[in-house]
Design a protein around this ligand. Sequence first.
Ligand SMILES: [Zn+2]
Length: 431
Amino acid sequence: MPDLGSLAGLRVQARLLWSTDEDHAAWLPEGVIEVGPDGRIVAVRDSGPADVRLGPAVLTPGFVDGHLHYPQTRIVGAASGPLLDWLRHSTFPEEARFADAGHARAIADAFCAALAAAGTTLAFVYGSVHPTAADILLQTLADRGLRAIAGPVLMDMGAPDALFLPPDRALPALASLADRWQGHDDGRLQVAAIPRFALSCTADLMRGAAELAAPRGLWCSTHLSENTDEVRVAAELHGGPDYLGIYEALGLVHDRSVYAHCIHMSDEEWDRFAAAGAVVAHCPDSNDFLGSGGMPLDPVRARGIPVVLGTDIAAGRSFRVPRIASSAHDNALRQGVRVPPETWLWHATRGGARALGQPDLGALEPGFQADLVLHDLPAWVDSADDALAWLLFHHDAPPPRGTWIRGRRVWDRDAHWRAGGVFPWDAPGPA
Ligand SMILES: [Zn+2]
């Protein structure tokens, strides 16, 4: 069998599954996919000759994780919620450790290994407040061939002093990170402006972040209406007509902004959110684990607001986006909304990528980037419905066998296991 470290120039046979639109998936049980030298898909066929045969395994597009926190890698599972207690007891002490570059480097390595092992090929990553730690993360993402939008969080109040960086230091540091990394490797890496949330940022810092991001075309992201105590404190600190209004007044709500959670919002806020073209990062597992509530689907779907799923590591308990799709399904049913599995695949792949401004990701079609994940799939699974059931809702399914970005392998499960690795993040990834 040829080495699969690079798929360039190979015709690969496997079962193929991907989203064609928001409600439909394509399923080719004898499919053959061909990757070109530039890491893009050049052909997809129903069947035919192949250089390597991987059936009955299934290839899907890589997953999109629209919201997670790199400095929280080691506190996954900390059950100290709800939100404001969890931040105080579990999160801020761990994030303070990222002042130490050695710690930041070790966790960046573990975090990136976990992303690749989860089959995530585009991630929107929050760092700690420390610019050096964010630079280490971006360097690690670059070296491992991963694709991400990432940046440090901005904080200048409402947390331990060790986690403050005032605007006159935080914003120049963000600008120099953008100078170094924005658009790196033909757009594989982007830098984001990330005021953490209204409780940990002065208006000056948030306004400065928006003003820095706009001319550079940087994505902005923050948390919004996750927890009712948070909503109340945000109003006490910043006033405004409502929580969204705080961010609007500072220039942060637009079509390159991603808002995590969005649980406790009025209809009027949803109207303005939709009119601005902003994106929801839906984090249902985190919402459950911190007891934050359920993001209401009706207002989002009625307005056609773009949605990307977010693991929200570490308030979410898994790096695996399909696990989050499963939580999203549960959240929908609790609201009496039945969302077909095809739609969750859409949000987890093609739709999520489109929401994040990357329309050439998330499908197995010519012209798309060859960001692929290979999953074991029992031979008896012989339809799109059964494959979706296995991939999205079967929590005992093993981790992906392989992950490729632009046709280059970034995760090889069997090599990892042969080398004695157990968890994805306990050993270096493939060279
Ligand atoms: Zn978060």
